[in-house]
Design a protein around this ligand. Structure first.
Ligand code: FAD
Length: 809
């Protein structure tokens, strides 16, 4: 066995072998995979081997599409068959809501180039003959599905990697990992030590244990999963003979089941409600190629429905039942990428659909390791989307919830209850007492909207406008006409200090830095010139800055910042988390409310738009920013958590003469639409350049070098290929949610990034991207909402206050 390698990949399941293959494909051949047993010895060997491209996250869907299209290349390169059976997949809708969900899925797939379509139940029977018509109302057809041989596929990756120079050591157990001072790793194995520059955790069922070797607790947990294989079914053979084709794959949401042909019988797998986690604390190292005890009683409720829906199955004998464990992250998507705070330690684990996602995971990981960037937007599977709040108990609750909801619809206004509340502010009880419907914002409880007295503080989940529509409208009008107050704890907050702080920020951000007591807004780019951040920065004093960004991206951003801090210690950055929380007041009366709480002069002349100042507000020491995301006159008031309750009381007392109202996150997101403000991870993502996104005025190309400047100069010189646009939509009773296709002249030309109802301007609004060449004021567009193309028009300026006078009043 070699004693050093550029990369050691831990784990020889489908994901580890894909990572190894993709690294060689990128030209890194000094790569070594260590497997404690045989290849496939984790969850891989007993998988049902199904693959599909559909995923709720369009970017993950693209990577699944890449995986499915990779198998041909893999067979050719390795000479090893993957045992591919390509057959169409059908998703069956048994309720109007599921039908709407399928229509939305087809629409979202359009701009990704997916060939899915809605078909009738009669048409679905051409692919899957067993359907009992009366239970279903329609279906989605995906021609790009199938199943394969899990072991053959894993060996195909391994062989192709070996042919390109990689090495694989089986029966080699990684027992410990120690970081050296230069950031490289000593990998301790049962066969001796290996010195590796990089280590990749592809430990699958043991990913948690491998994480613990470096002191981290990854949010990943295995669930037991059962599928059964039937005896031969005569109808299967009859269908094969009559059509010359295999029976297609089916997902039956009602029965929480998937089905496909296996030999002359069928496979039927179930994601049951009463799902059982496996090895909740520690996965035994002794677990090998073995199966768990089947428990048919647990899946009986689903089987009962499946037998009604597909009567031919009811009398089929059961040849065998497989019960095996495989891992999930809390949201069911993989955990990929470098781990914040650990140099050269990478993850590719929590992959619950290794045969749909394994190729894409290997591709993203290898791009990231070799080029320093995954190459596309993989936020949906970035390990950095979880913070320390994703503890083991949190993970267990969320993974169980996610498993039981695998084939359930998630409505756009649906908040999932498991593991909540996890993090709360001191106002949690006070907000709930006033009718707040709370949402989970990356582990933090956040007021979404306030139910009027006497009404149930609960969302009626729907794809259409729902019971929150009226109350959100009232909250928006209160802000625009007088004043409102909202919690803003769910921002990321950073303090940056040191003699080198200014120079460092100038090199990281596209904008110039503010003067003392002033704020600026600035995007942050990667070297490819794509948006990787969007911040507000205040200069408190020389060498002392505050910065605000997206809370969900805090770990993602800290990982980037730490990678780029100067080695001389001249800059220190701290993520403040819940050490600083806040309240925002906004609306034409906001200044009067603020003035009533402080002795400071907060007149327009003394405290201008984009000013920032320490003040005592309502007897509380606070940092006040004159800025608001609503587009009105407004202030963000930041305090230590122990003062938040006191501050809230002061605000409510000072606001009472002006009729102050609470408003929630949903109203805030509607208000910002009326001003054409974008939001991180919807309008601003690492697939867009700053000029495409319309952030030109925050990109100072004439200042000295900053990361991404060369690419930004090129984007401006070439002219952005696509442009962020603003739409008013003739919506009926459903506004856009995001990811809907935009049509022009019968062609899909772009997509919506977010939208909703502008309650003050009384228009359904949306933002999205279309080719720049199409942008003109009289362009007629359509946005496909729930399968229906609704007319839309471009808005060349915001419908509210286009001259931005309200913020400056
Ligand atoms: C019943 C069942 C049905 C399934 N059906 C499907 C399906 O139809 N389609 C689909 O896409 N997916 C399916 N899956 C899921 C699929 O099996 C997983 O997504 C996939 O196997 C994950 O692969 P992996 O490489 O991440 O993990 P694993 O297969 O668990 O591999 C991890 C490997 O790492 C090794 N290892 C761990 N720690 C160490 C160490 N310290 N030193 C050395 N080696 C180590 C292990 O021995 C193991 O071989 C199914 C799973 C089950 C259980």
């Amino acid at each position: 066995m070699k004693t050093s390698a550029q990369v050691v990949v831990i784990g020889g399941g489908v994901v580890g072998c894909s990572a190894l293959y993709h690294l060689t494909k990128k030209g890194w051949t000094d790569v070594l995979l260590l497997e404690r047993d045989q290849l496939t010895s984790g969850s891989t060997w007993h998988a049902a081997g199904g693959f599909h491209t559909l995923n709720g996250d369009p970017n993950v869907a693209m990577l699944q599409s890449y995986t499915v299209n990779l198998y041909k290349e893999l067979e050719e390169k390795s000479g090893q068959s993957c045992g591919m059976h390509k057959s169409p997949g059908i998703m069956l809708a048994d309720t109007p809501e599921r039908m709407e969900f399928l229509k939305m899925t087809v629409a979202r797939g359009r701009y990704l180039g997916m060939e899915t379509e809605i078909i009738s139940v009669a048409e679905a029977k051409n692919y899957f003959p067993f359907i009992e018509d009366r239970y279903f109302i329609g279906a989605l057809l995906d021609p790009n599905e199938g199943h394969l041989d899990p072991s053959g596929t894993t060996y195909a990756y391994a062989k192709a990697a070996k042919l390109a120079g990689a090495q694989i050591e089986i029966q080699t157990m990684v027992e410990g990992l120690e970081q050296r001072t230069d950031g490289s790793w000593t990998v301790r194995t049962n066969k001796g030590d290996i010195h590796a520059e990089h280590v990749v955790n592809c430990g699958g069922l043991w990913a948690r244990e491998v994480g613990r070797m470096v002191g981290i607790e990854l949010p990943v947990l295995a669930m037991e999963h059962m599928y059964l294989v039937t005896d031969d079914i005569p109808e299967v053979t009859a269908f094969n003979k009559a059509t010359g084709k295999e029976i297609g794959h089916v997902i039956d949401f009602g029965a929480e089941s998937y089905l496909r042909q296996e030999g002359k019988g069928m496979v039927l797998g179930v994601y049951e409600q009463a799902g059982v986690p496996w090895s909740t604390r520690t996965t035994p190292w002794s677990f090998g190629q073995e199966l768990l005890q089947p428990d048919l009683d647990r899946i009986a409720p689903s089987l009962e429905i499946a037998f009604k829906h597909f009567p031919a199955l009811e009398n089929a004998g059961i040849k065998r039942v497989i019960n095996g464990p495989f891992t999930f992250a809390p949201d069911g998507n993989p955990l990929v990428g470098p781990v914040q705070g650990l140099r050269n330690f990478w993850c590719a684990c929590g992959v619950m659909a290794g045969f749909s996602q394994g190729g894409g995971v290997g591709l993203a990981l290898s791009n990231w390791m070799v080029d320093g960037d995954p190459g596309f937007d993989i936020w949906g599977m970035d390990v950095a989307r979880y913070g320390s709040w994703a503890t083991r108990d949190y993970t267990q609750a969320k993974v169980r919830e996610n498993y039981s909801r695998r084939f359930r619809i998630r409505f756009p206004n649906e908040e999932l209850p498991a593991a909540r509340p996890q993090q709360t502010t001191p106002l949690y009880d006070a907000m709930r007492a006033q009718g707040a419907v709370m949402g989970d914002s990356w582990g933090m409880e956040t007021p979404l909207w306030f139910a009027p007295p006497g009404e149930k503080a609960e969302d009626v989940v729907s794809f259409h406008r729902s019971n929150d529509f009226g109350p959100i409208g009232a909250e928006c009008r209160a802000v625009r006409e007088a004043v409102g107050v909202t919690e803003i704890a769910n921002f990321a907050k950073y303090r940056i200090r040191g003699a080198g702080a200014e120079a460092w920020l100038l090199g990281m951000m596209t904008n110039t830095m503010p003067k003392d007591g002033r704020l600026i807004l600035t995007p942050m780019l990667n070297p490819q010139g794509k948006l990787i951040g969007d911040f507000t920065i205040a200069r408190l004093a020389e060498g002392d800055y505050m910065m605000w960004g997206s809370s969900q991206a805090q770990v993602y951003h800290m990982r980037w910042f730490e990678q780029h801090l100067p080695a001389d210690g001249s800059v220190q950055i701290e993520a403040l988390g819940m050490k600083l929380i806040g309240l925002s007041i906004a609306g034409p009366k906001a200044r009067e409310v603020l003035a009533a709480m402080t002795d400071d002069d907060v007149s327009n002349a003394a405290f201008k738009f984009m000013d920032c100042r320490h003040m005592t507000i309502g007897n509380v020491p606070a940092l006040v920013n004159r800025i608001t995301y609503t587009g009105d006159l407004g202030y963000e008031i930041w305090v230590a958590p122990e003062y938040q309750y006191r501050l809230y009381q002061a605000i409510m007392a000072a606001g009472q003469p002006h009729g102050i109202r609470n408003f929630g996150m949903r109203a805030l997101l509607c208000l910002r639409l009326e001003k054409h403000f974008g939001t991180w991870y919807r309008e601003f993502r690492p697939i867009y350049g700053p000029f495409e996104a319309g952030l030109d005025r925050f990109v100072k190309l004439d200042k000295p070098d900053f990361i991404g400047k060369v690419a930004a100069l090129k984007e401006r010189a070439d002219g952005p290929k696509r442009t962020r646009v603003f739409l008013e939509v003739d919506a009926l009773d459903a506004d856009v949610m995001g990811d809907e296709p935009i049509w022009v002249d019968g062609q899909v030309v772009g997509w919506v990034t977010s939208g909703g109802y502008g309650h003050f301007v009384q228009q359904s609004l949306a933002q999205g991207y279309i080719p720049t060449a199409l942008v003109r004021p009289d362009l007629r567009l359509e946005v496909e909402i729930l399968g229906e193309r609704r007319p839309a028009r471009l808005q060349m300026s915001p419908p509210l206050d286009p001259d931005a006078l309200r913020m400056r009043m």
